[in-house]
Design a protein around this ligand. Structure first.
Ligand code: AMP
Ligand code: MG
Length: 434
């Protein structure tokens, strides 16, 4: 683990008032190490493995497929018969091989076996002629030898996965196809990493919980719901610590409680310049926390570091800490572009870069050079199959409806200025985010 000294040395390298997004991501990456391994694995059945991180490589205990089988419905025969040089081949049908019902004996030299897809290739046979290339009369078949080679239309045993070879690697997040693949190997249980525990809370005297009446100047706390959902999609355990009032004692209690119980602590609100001074002082007394102004929009203020549950930094149990801005869209942007990767790394997952694709701007977009902007976009495919994107309109960082309306982030790079209609931009689709 990086020591506090090293941490501050690497932060000091940048201007904390305009930290480029890539620099923030790099620092977070250095700090978000996977938790220890041995005590962090548990064995689960396949249904519970979905979305979890594999703790060990899965080695294939068998060949898949386990036997040579037919890739087509047709007739199996010995491919040497093709070497005779005739333009057509005549064979008689000796029997039938169905999936799960093999034809056990070897057919004679001028014989073949009617075979269905997936059926075991009968002894002595190595080639399948597809049924649509064959004319059949009674038990006799005839087909052209042109375009047919010995060994064709046969799936070899071990072709999909060979026995003893790794089928899935440690660090993989188990997906739908993986469950099927594990089942195809006869594996009903796998070792997965324990889930990461993430505690989160909202800060602000103006916030109200659902069910409470709104008084003038107050608003409902939405960040805890957004955070809950984004964390749930990453398959981490969540601890919702509610709303924390803007006073020193409440915040200290919440931070200590969270640090004692979780691997990662996420708060929203209370880290902008205008916020009470005690926040910084307190966070620093509980750990090593840097207060960044990231050159990004939305999401400029962000606190990041390590908190300790003991009497001073370095004592007791520690947790990684993200103090996100309060604005609802900024919470989502900083979560996806700063926090997400750290949570995945700590979960033991291999890197899962976000899917980024190129699109053309369907209209001009205002953009200020010197910061990365994550505008909310609506991408559609035009007749040529290319993506065109428009913004959702007003890009205020409090306009959460812009996220619900959008289907992608438009990521406008640090150096870029205004975008003209027709310019290429990068979009990160919302669908497919893990
Ligand atoms: P702050 O970073 O605490 O100054 O908050 C910035 C803005 O985000 C303010 O307008 C807050 O009212 C708003 N805000 C902060 N936390 C939340 C929350 N949990 N839900 C909705 N809005 C919030
Ligand atoms: Mg606040």
């Amino acid at each position: 683990m990086t020591t506090p000294k090293e941490f501050f040395a690497c932060v000091a390298h940048y201007d904390p008032n305009a930290l480029p997004v890539e620099a923030a991501q790099e620092i977070v990456r250095q700090w978000a190490m996977p938790r220890g391994r041995d005590d962090q694995a548990e064995r689960v059945g396949l249904h519970d493995a979905l979305g979890r991180v594999l703790a060990e490589d899965v080695i294939s205990p068998i060949d898949v497929p386990a036997f040579d089988n037919s890739a087509m419905d047709g007739y199996a025969f010995a491919g040497v018969a093709l070497a005779g040089g005739g333009a057509t081949l005549d064979l008689s049908v000796a029997g039938t091989a169905l999936a799960g019902r093999p034809f056990a004996s070897a057919p004679g030299a001028d014989q073949c076996v009617r075979i269905m897809t997936g059926a075991l290739i009968p002894p002595g046979c190595d080639t399948v002629v597809p049924q649509e290339l064959v004319t059949r009369e009674g038990d006799a078949i005839r087909f052209s030898t042109a375009n047919l080679r010995a060994g064709q239309n046969r799936r070899l045993s071990g072709e999909d996965l060979a026995k003893g070879k790794p089928a899935l690697l440690a660090g993989r997040i188990v997906r739908a196809s993986d469950l099927g693949l594990l089942a195809s190997l006869g594996i009903g249980e796998v070792a997965v990493r324990k889930r990461l525990t993430v505690a989160f809370f909202s800060t602000g005297d103006e916030l109200r919980s659902l069910g409470e009446p709104l008084s003038p100047g107050s608003l409902y706390d939405s960040n805890r719901y957004t955070l809950f959902a984004m964390l749930a999609r990453l398959n981490v355990e969540t601890i919702d610590l509610g709303i924390v009032r803007d006073d020193r004692a409440s915040l200290e209690n919440a931070l200590r409680d969270a640090t004692g119980r979780a691997d990662v602590v996420i708060s929203s609100g209370g880290v902008s310049v205008g916020d009470a001074d005690f926040t910084r002082e307190l966070m620093n007394s509980l750990g090593d926390v840097a207060f960044w102004k990231i050159a990004m929009r939305p999401g400029r203020p962000l606190a990041f570091g390590r908190l300790w549950s003991g009497e001073r930094a370095g004592a007791g149990k520690s947790a990684l800490f993200f103090g996100l801005p309060g604005n609802p869209v900024a919470v989502m942007a900083t979560f996806y572009f700063i926090v997400r990767e750290a949570l995945l790394a700590m979960s033991g997952a291999t890197r899962q870069p976000l899917t980024a694709i190129r699109a053309s701007a369907a209209e001009p977009i205002k953009k200020r050079a010197g910061r990365t902007e994550f505008q909310r976009g609506i991408a559609t495919r035009d007749g040529d199959g290319r993506f065109r994107v428009v913004t959702t309109g007003p890009q205020g960082s409090g306009v959460l409806s812009s996220m619900s309306e959008a289907n992608c982030f438009i990521v406008l790079e640090h150096e870029r200025g205004d975008i003209d209609a027709g310019d290429e931009v990068e979009i990160v689709p919302f669908d497919g985010l893990i």
